[in-house]
Ligand binder design. Structure first.
Ligand code: FE2
Length: 278
């Protein structure tokens, strides 16, 4: 099974490049399943139902969130209607929506997607390690799902690396999001879990984390807000990760970063033989 994960979509620049490129990527790489972090897709703050629909129409199978999950207040209501939109699993009990969803891939395989949020330099939610341990106990690889992908939305690489190794062998992939900057550590961990500290963002990299740089620079210089953060409006670059999964074990056999667009050094995955092919 071949799976694509794309990092945080930021604003219109990110939405446009993803919606334009995703159908072609699905075809080119014969993707069975696509997960995208969409928590900054609505002007940098949350996601609307219309944007969610656009991403699903473009070919996303599941959209994950993070610390901006409920910036668009409507999300508190419409998230209940969608199986393909999830928020971090370690929000307090009673939070609308869910943190995990079991979906069918094109191949017919059952894919469990889980979203969790770190606690270092982010709001102090329930323990993500314990929340994920409990979910993976309830729905384990092979007995409960053919593949398991975890989007760990966190700031600190230490917390992300610790979680990756804590879950190594129990998930197909643990991919970090939130910093909007791709890391160069994509690999398969010793136990067979694909890992990358941060998938980067889909958006305009001539910016500060996808936002026009004037206001962030002003706030660093003066500590006095002068305006709102506005998403940068140039062309978008896509950043993510292609993951090949062994159908027999549900574990990863290969990971390849994918970066395409005007800003970053490109990373174009080879078109690998599907697992099981010669
Ligand atoms: Fe975030």
């Amino acid at each position: 099974m071949r799976l694509l994960f794309l990092g945080d979509i930021v604003g219109r620049a990110g939405r446009n490049v993803v919606c334009d490129a995703l159908p072609g990527l699905i075809k080119r790489y014969a993707l069975d399943f696509v997960v995208i972090n969409g928590e900054n897709s609505a002007g940098g703050f949350g996601i609307t139902e219309a944007i969610l629909t656009d991403l699903l129409d473009a070919g996303a199978d599941c959209v994950t969130l993070g610390n901006h999950a409920f910036d668009q207040k409507d999300t508190l209501v419409y998230i209940e209607r969608h199986d393909r939109l999830i928020r971090p699993i370690n929000y307090p009990k009673g939070t609308p929506g869910k943190g995990a969803t079991l979906l069918k891939a094109k191949s017919g395989a059952e894919v469990l997607v889980i979203n969790a949020m770190g606690r270092v330099f982010l709001p102090d939610l329930d323990c993500p390690f314990r929340a994920l341990d409990a979910e993976l106990t309830a729905c384990a690889l092979k007995s409960g799902a053919d593949a398991i992908l975890i989007d760990f939305h966190a700031e600190a690489t230490s917390e992300k690396q610790a979680l990756g190794l804590f879950l190594d062998g129990r998930a197909s992939a643990v991919i970090g999001t939130h910093t909007h900057t791709p890391t160069a550590d994509a690999r398969v961990l010793p136990g067979g879990t694909a890992y990358m500290s941060d998938a980067g963002m889909c958006g305009d990299y001539n910016s500060v984390l996808g936002m026009e740089s004037d206001e962030p620079i002003n706030r660093f210089l003066t500590k006095i807000p002068r305006g709102r953060f506005e998403p940068a409006v140039g062309l978008g670059t896509i950043s993510g990760l292609l993951i090949d999964i062994d159908d027999a074990t549900g574990l990863a056999t290969r990971v390849q970063p994918l970066r395409q667009g005007p800003h970053l050094e490109p990373a174009i995955p080879e078109v690998p033989a599907a697992p099981g092919e010669a």
